[in-house]
Every structure is written in C-alpha cells, then in structure tokens.
Design a binder for this molecule. Structure first.
Ligand code: 4F9
Length: 251
C-alpha cells in the first residue's frame, strides 16, 4: 500500500515508521509512505503556510495555494498504474469511521491523506480536492497528523504479511463484532486474585468455550450497543445467558 501524506509536520510520522509492528511493516516495504509538505510549496519569501479567515475571528487557516500544490503533487506522485487515488481529509467534521471502514480502506492500493493544522482549511479546497472527509472520533486534536497515524496504523495491521498467525487480526476485538475476552499472564495469583482455573486446565475446547463466553460477557457489560447491533447465533445466546446468570448471582 502506498500512502502519500500532506502535512506540515512529516517528522511526527516517525512514531509510526520507527517503532513496533508498523515500523517493521514500513521497513519491509509492505507500506510505503511519502510526505508532501505545503511549506515546500510556499512561494513567498517567508514560506508562509497560514492565512487569516475571511469574516475575522480567532485563529488562522492553512494557506490555500501551498496546500493545493502539495495535494496535487501527492496525487501525481501516486499516479502510475494505481489509477486514481482517493484523497482523504482527517477532520472532526468527517464521517466517523469504525472497524469495518478500516477493513475496506486497507484494501486500497494507494491513498492521499491530508492533515490540517490551525483552524482547518478553506471549504473550497474540501470541495475541489477532497474525496472523503473522515473522523476517528468526536474530539478535537491539534492537527490531523495523529488521526492520520491512527488510521494508517490500523490499516497496516490488515496488510498481508504484517501480522503472523500468532497475532492475526482474526483475534482482534471487533473482527467478530465483539470485545476481546480477558487475558492473564503470570503470576498465577496476584494480590489474592487467581487466574481462572479453566485456563490452567489444558482442556482446549473448554478454554475456547470460556473465551467466547467471556468475550460476550465483556461486550454485554462494557458495550451493550455492540450486543444490540450483532445478530448472535444460538450458541452465543446460550453462552451469554449463562454469563449473565452467573454474573447476577455474584453481584
Ligand atoms: C481528525 C479529529 C479526525 C478527529 C483534525 C483536529 C481530527 C482533527 N478525527 N482534529 N484536526
């Protein structure tokens, strides 16, 4: 997957490219990142990249000409076999994206990600240059970079060859529409709390059943909205009912 990022702060992306799973994927060339900095397309002697909003008010907007030049350079840089790359703008005004959207976005060959700074960008740039405006949550960041990095990291996990079988995306929360079950490591007893016996039993079928049940239970407690949304099959409904009965007997 080829990603071109339009950003005033390309160095921020070292958090993604230098560390952990995403860093390894970049080093292996499974994901290729290129940066287009509007500052390099600024023509005036101060290389200004911000500008005042019409109508007044506090704050600045991104200066239009360098931003458009950077977006167009990013698009042209991706041309060559991949067809037309979508231009995605990260903003709190965007469509909220979730797991399923990541799975879909992750299949694309290439993409331009536009990161805003200051109070945002001129609306005509959105109309003329942006194909999709997306949000990673109802909160405001100091700029689009951290949102773009979150999106890229999540997409990287779905690239073939990035995760081994051990930690495949199949095991992740949301893959089956549910939260992950609780996990435990050593010590076997911690502050008087024991690891659930079944996990020490060596009975793989019993462990799998327990995990499904705990996954349903955790989702029911923490994210009842996901239980509503999910059509549970007969076996899942039975396990959840067992969980709820045991839970209510306890509390
Ligand atoms: C982008 C917030 C996507 C949430 C961009 C300030 C943003 C954001 N999701 N906040 N610039």
């Amino acid at each position: 997957m080829k990603l071109s990022v339009v950003t005033l702060f390309p160095e921020m992306f070292s958090a993604l490219t230098d560390w952990g799973i995403s860093g390894r994927a970049v080093k292996q060339g499974l994901v290729v990142l290129n940066y287009y900095n509007p500052r390099e397309y600024a023509k005036d002697k101060h290389r200004s990249v911000d500008d005042k909003p019409f109508g007044g008010g506090p704050g600045m907007l991104m200066k239009t000409e360098p931003l458009i030049a950077a977006i167009q350079a990013a698009k042209h840089g991706l041309k060559g076999g991949e067809g037309s790359s979508r231009v995605v703008y990260l903003s709190p005004q965007g469509r909220p994206i979730q797991h399923d959207d990541i799975v879909d976005l992750a299949t694309r060959q290439s993409m331009v990600l536009v990161c805003g700074r200051y109070q945002g960008i001129d609306n005509r740039v959105i109309e003329s240059e942006i194909d999709e405006e997306v949000s990673i949550g109802d909160f405001v960041l100091s700029g689009g970079e951290l949102a773009a990095m979150a999106l890229i990291d999540a997409m990287i996990r779905f690239q073939p060859g990035v995760l081994g079988d051990e930690d495949s995306v199949q095991q992740d929360s949301f893959t089956n529409g549910l939260l992950h079950c609780p996990e435990y490591t050593r010590p076997q007893e911690y502050n008087g709390r024991e690891v659930p016996q079944v996990l020490l039993s060596g009975d793989h079928a019993a462990i799998e059943t327990w995990r499904v049940k705990e996954s349903l239970g955790a989702t029911w407690i923490k994210r009842p909205d996901l239980i509503e949304k999910n059509k549970l099959d007969r076996e899942q409904l039975e396990l959840l009912e067992q969980f709820i009965n045991e839970y209510q007997a306890h509390y």
